[in-house]
Design a protein around this ligand. Structure first.
Ligand code: NAP
Length: 285
């Protein structure tokens, strides 16, 4: 790649950021489309976020992805945000339009796109989901499911009060949808939740490399259900393996990562993202 005085700059703000899969994915896409653009990772401490966002304007950075721990806080520094970002209460993509900063959340579309690609799910009126976790990723998942008009969701979290808060937040915005909360530590509550679901989504951290696996009575899920694990490191989690062995259709979060990246790319460049090239770049990590 030739870097010169016309090269446009993109990047990701996070802390820590060394683990990010986004730079190889976006740089591969820029190269494939012969765009004079480069994507870098910036390690931004929370106390420096506002100055870093100002630098987007000062340095004419074209677009930024945002990851932990800045997804919520950055909203206060932006000029406008999309509906997806509003419902989620988080931004993972910023576009610089001549100094005006727009925030969007492509985790929502990335999650929905991967459910469609992996399971063929486009219609949600007959789907009852059990969603594990109540953090930032859970909010993106819930936004997508509610915007698509899902029939029913139970949010199960280790800290039940957070699941209840999330349920109330979304009930106020999507009054037609049945949203309940459960205590992930209560075995019988989780068992009941799984028995009444046909889609299980893990948006909590267990299962990640270096963490304990998720411990739930997966055999309570009805036969031929769908299991989606947002965790993508390792590429196939214990939950996905176990779900496959029980005959469920199951996928990990690598596809969501790919499609949120593709949506960010298209949001910034107005060009169709080269999915195959981006997927290959992710696979090399
Ligand atoms: P977060 O905001 O920090 O939330 C973490 C969630 O995990 C909380 O619900 C937390 O419960 C739960 N948790 C943590 N440790 C736990 C344990 N030992 N047992 C049970 N629950 C536990 O993080 P996040 O941004 O939502 O991310 C969560 C996961 O999703 C991460 O693995 C991340 O890599 C993945 N993710 C994937 C994608 C993708 O594109 N595939 C996108 C975003 C995130 P408490 O409320 O009780 O603390």
């Amino acid at each position: 790649m030739d870097i010169n005085s016309s090269t446009k700059l993109y990047g990701i703000f996070g802390h820590p950021i060394g683990h990010s899969f986004s730079p190889p994915m976006h740089n591969a896409a820029f190269q494939k489309l012969n765009l004079n653009c480069v994507y870098l990772a910036f390690d931004i401490l929370p106390q420096n976020l506002s100055a870093a966002v100002n630098s987007i304007r000062q340095l004419n950075i074209q677009g930024i992805n945002v990851t932990i721990p800045h997804k919520q806080e950055i909203i206060n520094c932006l000029d406008e945000i999309s509906d997806e970002a509003k419902y989620t209460g988080a931004v993972n993509t910023v576009k610089n339009n001549d100094g005006k900063l727009f925030g969007h959340n492509t985790d929502v579309g990335g999650f929905l796109k991967d459910l469609e690609v992996e399971f063929g799910i486009r219609e949600f009126s007959e789907i009852s989901a059990c969603l594990i976790g109540a953090g930032g990723a859970a909010r993106a998942v819930l936004s997508g499911l509610c915007m698509k008009g899902i029939k029913k969701v139970v949010i199960a979290n280790r800290t039940k009060s957070k699941a209840s808060e999330l349920a109330n937040y979304f009930l106020k915005r999507f009054s037609g949808i049945e949203i309940n909360s459960a205590d992930l530590k209560d075995h019988s509550e989780i068992k009941k939740c799984l028995e009444n679901s046909n889609l299980l989504i893990n948006s909590s951290s267990p299962g990640m490399t270096g963490h304990d696996p998720l411990n739930i009575p997966l055999d309570s899920l009805p036969k031929n259900s769908y299991v989606y694990d947002l965790v993508y490191n390792p590429k196939e989690t214990e939950l996905v393996k176990q779900a496959k062995s029980l005959g469920h259709r199951s996928a990990s979060g690598l596809g969501m990562l790919l499609y949120q990246g593709a949506e960010s790319f298209e949001y910034w460049t107005n060009k169709k993202a080269p999915i195959d090239v981006m997927k290959k770049a992710l696979g090399n990590n």
